[in-house]
Design a protein around this ligand. Structure first.
Ligand code: SAM
Length: 296
C-alpha cells in the first residue's frame, strides 16, 4: 500500500497542497515498466516541476495570455505526476482574478490520473473550477497513440475544439522532468510532433500554409547528460530548440538561479524535419549556459 501525504508547497506568497503517494519500490529497479516503479515516479513532485511553476507564476503575472480569437486559453501538461506545476498555474490565474477563461488539461498515464484528480480537488473547489478556470485530469500515454489522427482527434474531442479550425487545440503545452527512460524517448518525441502538427497538414501534406502552433516548453533537471543527450539531439531533428530569452523571467532569474542545474527551452516545430537524425541545438543551449564543454 502506498502512503499518502499532503504538504503545503510555497513559491513566494502562493501555496498549493500537494498530495503525494509514496509507493514502495520492491520490484527490480532495472525493470523500467514495473508498476511499482511507474507509480513511485508518478507519485511525487519532482524539483523541475517547481522550477517550471516558478517561471509560470512570473509569466502569467507579467505577460498577457494570447489565445487569438478564441475565448478560452487552453493548456496541456504532459507527464504531470502530481500536477504540481499546473496547480501553481491554476492558483496564479485565480489570484489574478483575470476575466480570461482558461482550461488546464493535466495529463499522465492512466494509473497516475487518480492522483492528479486528488491534487486538483485538494486545491480547487468544484464551483471554482466551473467559472473562469477549469482543471481536468486526463490520460495521455505517449506510447499509445501511434496514429496521428487518433491522438489529435482525442485531444480535439476532450477540449471540445473544432478539427477544421486554424487554431491549435492547445495554446500552451508544457512538461517537466519527462526525459529519463530511453524506451520513452521516441514515443514522447512523436507525441510532441503530433501535438504541434495541424490536422490540415496531415490531410494535405503538400499544403504550404503555415498554421499557428502551440507554444511548447520543456524543463528538465540535468542528471546524467550522457543518458539524456540522445533525447535532446533527436528532438532537434523535428524542433528548433530555443532557450529562454535572457530578459525573460525577471531579467534573467532563470540563468542566475538555475544555470547549470536545469534546462528550460521552447520547441518550435521545424517546417521540415532535418535529414540527419540529430541536431546540435541542445549542445548550443548548454554551451551558452555553462562555460564548460560538457561533451568533450
Ligand atoms: C519524473 S516524473 C515528473 C512528474 C512531474 N512532471 C514533475 O515534475 O513533478 C515523469 C512523469 O512522466 C510520466 N510518464 C512516464 N511514461 C509516460 C507515458 N508513456 N505517457 C505519459 N506519461 C508518462 C510518469 O508517470 C511521471 O509522472
Amino acid at each position: 500500500m502506498a502512503e499518502t501525504t499532503v504538504s503545503a508547497v510555497c513559491i513566494g506568497s502562493l501555496s498549493v497542497n500537494v498530495v503525494e503517494e509514496h509507493s514502495k519500490v520492491e520490484t527490480d529497479l532495472s525493470d523500467e515498466k514495473a508498476e511499482g516503479l511507474v507509480k513511485f515516479i508518478a507519485g511525487k513532485a519532482w524539483p523541475a516541476g517547481l522550477v517550471l511553476a516558478e517561471y509560470f507564476i512570473w509569466r502569467l503575472r507579467n505577460l498577457p495570455l494570447n489565445c487569438g480569437p478564441k475565448k478560452t486559453f487552453k493548456m496541456l501538461e504532459l507527464g504531470a505526476g502530481t500536477g504540481v506545476t499546473s496547480l501553481f498555474v491554476g492558483k496564479t490565474l485565480q489570484t489574478m482574478q483575470t476575466t480570461q477563461q482558461a482550461e488546464i488539461y493535466v495529463s499522465d498515464l492512466d494509473v497516475a490520473v487518480p492522483l492528479i484528480v486528488k491534487n486538483i480537488d485538494a486545491n480547487f473547489t468544484r464551483s471554482e473550477s466551473t467559472q473562469q478556470l477549469q482543471m481536468h485530469g486526463i490520460e495521455l500515454d505517449w506510447t499509445k497513440y501511434e496514429d496521428t489522427r487518433s491522438l489529435l482527434g482525442r485531444m480535439h474531442a476532450l477540449a471540445l475544439s473544432d478539427m477544421d479550425s486554424d487554431e491549435p487545440v492547445f495554446d500552451l503545452i508544457y512538461a517537466s522532468d519527462v526525459v529519463y527512460f530511453p524506451h520513452l524517448f521516441d514515443p514522447l518525441i512523436q507525441t510532441l510532433v503530433i501535438l504541434c502538427t495541424h490536422p490540415e497538414t496531415i490531410k494535405n501534406s503538400t499544403s504550404k500554409r503555415r498554421r499557428k502552433q502551440p507554444e511548447l516548453l520543456l524543463t528538465c533537471r540535468m542528471r546524467e547528460l550522457s543518458k539524456e543527450h540522445p533525447f535532446y539531439a533527436k528532438l532537434g531533428k523535428y524542433f528548433h530548440l530555443v532557450p529562454l530569452d535572457n530578459c525573460e523571467w525577471d531579467n534573467g532569474v532563470f540563468w542566475e538561479k538555475y544555470r547549470g542545474e536545469y534546462v528550460m527551452f521552447r520547441c518550435v516545430l521545424r517546417e521540415v524535419a532535418l535529414e540527419s537524425e540529430e541536431s546540435d541545438d541542445f549542445e548550443t543551449i548548454l554551451q551558452g549556459m555553462m562555460d564548460v564543454d560538457l561533451f568533450s
